[in-house]
Design a protein around this ligand. Structure first.
Ligand code: GDP
Length: 364
């Protein structure tokens, strides 16, 4: 599955957000630095109203959403790249994630201690990015040194790695994260294998006061500008509100959201933004037994998409019967879509589209 690491300075609202996301009290929120020491892991259903619509049409007995994993990663402070605070563990935990949700404190509250004694989310973001860039620079230099013998021997893979490491090094030395480096398609695999912390996609999560959740504030606006300049995403959220919503029943939650002028829970927006950031999309399998959503990368081919369900589906792939979501809904299900000629038969080269309703045929 896909893993999103929640990072940020102490006391910015990470645990509050994580708790709201996973509706668990396991990650205890407390008003002092370093209260979240163990990385906490939680699985979250990806909200998708299309799935409920499909299940309704097909009369599916079960609805199974796709899931995303969130990891609440222990507090980082200045000096973490040199092993201060909970530094080393923090860095190792980030390495295992596919993307980073970077929580920034954009709320004022005299009762909640700020580690730096002031509210400045842009400076906070730089504090953490600097630590991550220093950690990357360190690992890039070590790897370059380790490669030198193979490079002299003319090893092709080593030469590719060296070239990519040098590109990363150049950016990092200018104080820029590795994610700004332009990577050619054919280098993508090798680039990912380097597992650089600052190459991971970042979503800045602006934690604002309750009454600013719908509008954002001057601080979240500054973050948005910064993010736009470095290929990162931004979401405005009030962790406190999300915490309250997480404790409400469905219709109560709807009412509360309307009162606050919010269309949907911030957590839904966060998950959707994470999805977009990671270049993910959803396809569906729909039948009387169950309607289910599956997560695949954008641009995935039909056999690899089938492989997410079961390895045999990919190995023995013959073809896929495919109905676009809009056709499925407009024609009231599979039978109607088939009759109208909207059920397509697709082969191995088919690029799965977001919202496709798929049925795979394979050799067992
Ligand atoms: P972490 O160290 O980043 O995990 O931060 P926590 O989630 O433990 O939050 C630290 C403190 O800030 C707790 O007392 C939270 O209740 C408080 N807090 C979190 N989000 C907000 C918010 O949006 N507004 C206010 N006023 N306090 C918040």
């Amino acid at each position: 599955g896909f893993r999103m690491g929640i990072v940020g300075l102490p006391n910015v609202g990470k645990s509050t957000l994580f708790n709201a996301l996973t509706r668990t009290a396991a990650a205890q929120a407390a008003n002092f630095p370093f209260c979240t020491i163990e990385p906490n892991v939680g699985e979250v259903a990806v909200p998708d109203r299309r799935l409920d619509r499909l299940a309704e049409i097909a009369g599916s007995r079960q609805v199974v959403p796709t899931r995303m994993t969130f990891v609440d990663i222990a507090g980082l402070v200045k000096g973490a790249s040199r092993g201060e605070g909970l530094g080393n563990q923090f860095l190792a935990n980030i390495r295992e994630c596919d993307a980073i949700a970077h929580v920034l404190r954009c709320f004022e509250d005299g009762d909640v201690t700020h580690v730096e004694g002031r509210v400045d989310p842009v400076a906070d973001a730089q504090t953490i990015e600097t630590e991550l860039m220093l950690a990357d620079l360190d690992s890039v230099e070590r790897r370059l040194a380790n490669l030198s013998r193979k490079v002299r021997g003319g090893d092709k893979e080593a030469l590719q790695q060296e070239r990519l490491l040098k590109d990363a090094q150049a950016a990092l030395e200018e104080g820029r994260p590795a994610r700004v480096v332009q990577i050619a398609e054919e280098d993508m695999r090798a680039w990912r294998m380097l597992q650089l912390l600052t190459a991971k996609p970042v979503l800045f999560v602006c934690n604002v006061a309750e009454d600013e959740a719908a509008t954002g504030n001057a601080q979240s606006e500054r973050v948005r500008e910064m993010a736009a300049g470095q290929g990162a995403g931004t979401v405005v959220i009030s962790a406190r509100i999300e915490e309250e919503i997480a404790q409400l029943a469905g219709d109560e939650a709807e009412e509360f959201l309307t009162e606050l002028g919010l269309g949907e829970p911030g957590l839904d927006r966060l998950i959707k933004a994470g999805y977009a950031l990671l270049g993910l999309q959803t396809y569906f399998t729909v039948g009387p037994k169950e309607a289910r959503a599956w997560t695949v990368p954008q641009g995935v081919k039909a056999p690899q998409a089938a492989g997410v369900i079961h390895g045999d589906f990919e190995r023995g792939f013959i073809r896929a019967e495919t109905i676009a979501y809009d056709d499925f809904v407009a024609l009231n299900g599979e039978a109607g879509a088939k009759e109208a000629g909207k059920m397509r038969v697709e082969g191995k080269a088919y690029e799965v589209q977001d919202g496709d309703v798929m049925h795979f045929l394979f050799n067992a």
